[in-house]
Design a protein around this ligand. Structure first.
Ligand code: NAD
Length: 473
């Protein structure tokens, strides 16, 4: 199979290439040039994709689990065979560095392979002379998968693995900002999966709402902002679709006074700035005990000064641009606000006039708790550092948010850190590390960071409904 990775972007519907009747531009965030045009899915084409998924569903669901496992492994191998061209395409549309892009693609195939090891549990409720009663888990039907633009394939793999393994078929819709690499993955997988099992469609802002309202979709698996998550849930209500929502966060990191700054500063820095801060689980507010505040602030600033920001294709570049203009304007607005309020900047600030959505790495020195940069999700390379004296005060401030995605605590005393961590309202709490996720462990947002879970057996079960069968003996 020979695939061009720089042209011929088509949707995948029922195992075939489908061009759009219209198309839209996909921009390179490093220089604002057009990378390529992506097909704009019409309502009739979406109907076709859903119909294809629906007709492929019975045979797919009827296959033994072992066969679907093997398909996941074959998908992973097919992706692995194209890491290099996929990474170049991802960098050109998303902005992240080539290293980050290859890590994401390798991570997606790893996620599929590990998910393939999961099993759907079956419970024997009663096995007596009178009766046999078992509860098993059956698939839902057609899943609509809607990922965001920060990890287009990585976060799609979170959905595809469990949805397909448990016997559902899928219609996947990438973000309009980053559809190209996902369309090529759809093309690669045409050779791997039976027609209709995985359909990939691309389009503008109206395509997601068409999916969430469509009566032919049984479940929406969505990753994106809290604001959009609310709309997805409201729209899904009309057909009582199941939803899994992985949403925004404003993750606190709490640094206790006994840390060894020299050993943890770099880890915390990358936990906040990886992918230019465009990570749902990035540290977005850092509460630092007054005893180590200056030392850690200076260490973080030194690291920031040493990091090379630029186009993701350039040698030695460690961080790329913000992915799209809308998000770029949002991050600049937060920096402008901090500047207008007179907060101190340790490093960074507004960028010069330029092509490309580059933001200088920015640290803000102890702004008030009520400031926008503390209260809002920045999703960019701008980090507020906050001083505390009393751990009770730090815990209260860390929890005073509508979000509850992740949190981290840093200390030389693991027990002390754990005692703090257990009091944080977040789906994942790390002690002395950050952003560690595995395909086999539950990942969930608390409060308005999500509904439901991804990964692990809990995540797999989200793509099923329980069925109890009893046999009267
Ligand atoms: P977004 O909510 O704007 O878009 C996400 C996806 O939803 C895109 O594919 C978009 O086209 C689609 N969409 C937009 N409007 C829709 C609607 N009304 N109905 C259905 N679909 C619709 O999010 P984004 O800007 O792409 O991503 C950034 C956000 O995602 C941040 O808030 C970040 O924290 C969050 N995020 C969360 C996780 C997590 O696992 N919890 C992971 C990554 C990103």
């Amino acid at each position: 199979m020979s695939i061009r990775f720089d042209a011929d972007f088509t949707m995948t519907i029922n195992g075939r290439a489908v061009p759009g009747s219209a198309s839209f531009d996909v921009l390179n965030p490093a220089d604002e040039t057009i990378v390529a045009q992506a097909p704009d899915c019409t309502p009739a084409q979406l109907d076709d994709a859903i119909a294809a998924a629906r007709s492929a569903y019975p045979a797919w669901a009827a296959r033994p689990l072992a066969e679907r496992r093997q398909f996941l492994l074959d998908m992973a191998a097919a992706i692995d065979a194209h890491v290099d061209p996929l990474a170049h395409l991802l960098t050109s549309e998303q902005g992240k560095t080539l290293t980050e892009a290859a890590t994401e693609i390798g991570g997606a195939s790893y996620w599929l392979r590990e998910t393939a090891t999961l099993t759907l549990p079956e419970t024997v409720n009663e096995d007596s002379d009178d009766r046999l009663s078992i509860t098993r888990h059956v698939p839902l039907g057609v899943v609509g998968a809607i990922p965001p633009w920060n990890f287009p394939l990585g976060l799609s793999a979170f959905k595809l693995g469990p949805a397909l393994l448990s016997g559902n078929t899928v219609v996947l819709k990438p973000s309009p900002f980053t559809p190209l690499m996902t369309l090529k993955v759809g093309e690669i997988l045409r050779e791997v999966l039976p027609p209709g099992v995985l359909n990939v469609v691309s389009g503008g802002d109206d395509l997601g709402p068409m999916m969430t309202a469509h009566p032919g979709i049984d479940k929406i698996s969505f990753t994106g902002s809290t604001q959009t998550g609310r709309k997805v849930m409201a729209s899904a209500a009309s057909t009582l679709k199941r939803v899994t929502l992985e949403l925004g966060g404003n993750d606190p990191a709490i640094v206790l006074p006994d840390v060894d700054v020299a050993t943890m500063a770099a880890q915390l820095f990358w936990g906040a700035f990886y992918s230019s801060g465009q990570v749902c689980l990035a540290a977005k507010r850092v509460y630092i005990h007054a005893d180590v505040y200056e030392e850690l602030r200076n260490a973080l600033a030194d690291i920031a000064r040493s990091v090379k920001v630029g186009p993701g294709t350039d040698d030695g570049v460690q961080l790329g641009p913000i992915q799209n203009r809308q998000q770029y304007e949002r991050v600049l607005d937060l920096i402008r606000d901090a500047s207008e309020q007179g907060y101190d900047f340790v490093i960074g600030g507004l960028p010069e006039e330029q092509k490309g959505y580059f933001v200088p790495l920015t640290l803000i020195d102890n702004p008030p708790e009520y400031s926008r940069i503390v209260q809002e999700e920045q999703f960019g390379p701008v980090l507020p550092l906050l001083k505390f004296d009393d751990i009770e005060d730090a815990i209260e401030r860390a929890n005073a948010t509508e979000y509850g995605l992740g949190a981290s605590v840093w200390s030389a005393d693991t027990d002390a850190a754990l005692a703090v961590g257990r009091r944080l309202q977040a789906g994942t709490v790390w002690i002395n590390e950050i952003q560690y996720l595995t395909p086999l462990v539950t990942f969930a947002g608390h409060k308005q960071s999500g509904v439901g879970t991804e990964s692990g057996t809990d995540g797999l079960l989200e793509y099923t409904v329980p069925q109890t069968i009893t046999v009267r003996r």
